[in-house]
Design a protein around this ligand. Structure first.
Ligand SMILES: [Zn+2]
Length: 255
């Protein structure tokens, strides 16, 4: 089997990425999707990558204008400049805010930019990493109806009402499952509503995943796979299927 994937990592906010890479390597989690929440985050990641700190991790990169952030005026153009250089495997994370109150001006601009980014994803046939949780999931599903030509969509670290999860799955959208499932009944219930071939495994590192754990790291994917193999066994195992799903979603173009 290929190395395990962590499909959602924020390299630029990780406190000790080189050590995290070593720990992930020891656990066989050697394929990471580096998600940038803004053009600035993307460039910060580029500086870190140029130092070689992720060796021997392979990675693909995504960038989008995160819906919970008040972006700089030139952020949309800066995003376009990055995409025009052809080095991104997906657009994201983009979506709707759930945790932060934005001013009307910031909210409206992010809303407008969400549509523009979705249209770019459709035109360029790039997958989309979506942040739309809780009450944001349902309106996001409505917005996505306006983009029937999107190649792939993943609702990353999804928490949402059962009907919304079922609708996402029926539309063949992927769902990001995190190590929260090890201890949270809510996430176990959600997981049982998603067909196995639509599951992507992710940590959203450095976001923490269990009570009293200060931060999350990609190596936790190995423990997540062991848990899923016991919780919901598959003939070939969750390691193999989760790798296939990730490769299919992102198209393997790792560096
Ligand atoms: Zn994230």
């Amino acid at each position: 089997m290929d190395s395990l994937w962590d499909t959602h990592v924020h390299l630029d906010t990780m406190p000790s990425p080189a050590q995290a890479a070593r720990r992930a390597d020891q656990q066989g989690v050697r394929s990471w999707v580096l998600v940038a929440s803004s053009p600035d985050a993307y460039h910060q990641q580029s500086r870190l990558l140029a130092q070689g700190i992720l060796s021997p991790i392979r990675y693909v990169r995504t960038v989008g204008l995160h819906p919970e952030i008040v972006h700089a005026d030139g952020a949309l153009q800066a995003l376009r400049d990055i995409m025009d250089r052809g080095s991104v495997a997906a657009i994201g994370e983009i979506g709707l805010p759930a945790y932060r109150f934005l001013t009307r001006e910031a909210f409206n601009r992010n809303w407008e930019w969400l549509y523009i980014q979705l249209s770019w994803a459709e035109a360029r046939q790039l997958p989309v990493v979506v942040h739309a949780v809780h009450a944001g999931c349902e309106p996001m599903l409505r917005i996505l109806e306006e983009f029937p030509g999107l190649r792939q969509v993943v609702f990353h670290w999804l928490k949402a009402p059962a009907e919304a999860v079922q609708e996402a799955a029926s539309r063949r959208y992927y769902v990001g499952i995190t190590p929260d499932i090890l201890w949270r009944g809510r996430d176990r219930t959600l997981f049982t509503q998603v067909p196995p071939d639509l599951v992507l495994l992710e940590t959203d590192a450095p976001c923490p995943h269990r009570p009293h754990n200060p931060r999350g790291e990609p190596h936790e994917i190995a423990e997540l796979v062991r848990f899923l193999d016991a919780f919901s066994p598959l003939p070939g195992g969750w390691g193999e299927l989760s790798v296939l799903n990730a490769q299919r979603f992102f198209g393997w173009a790792g560096q």
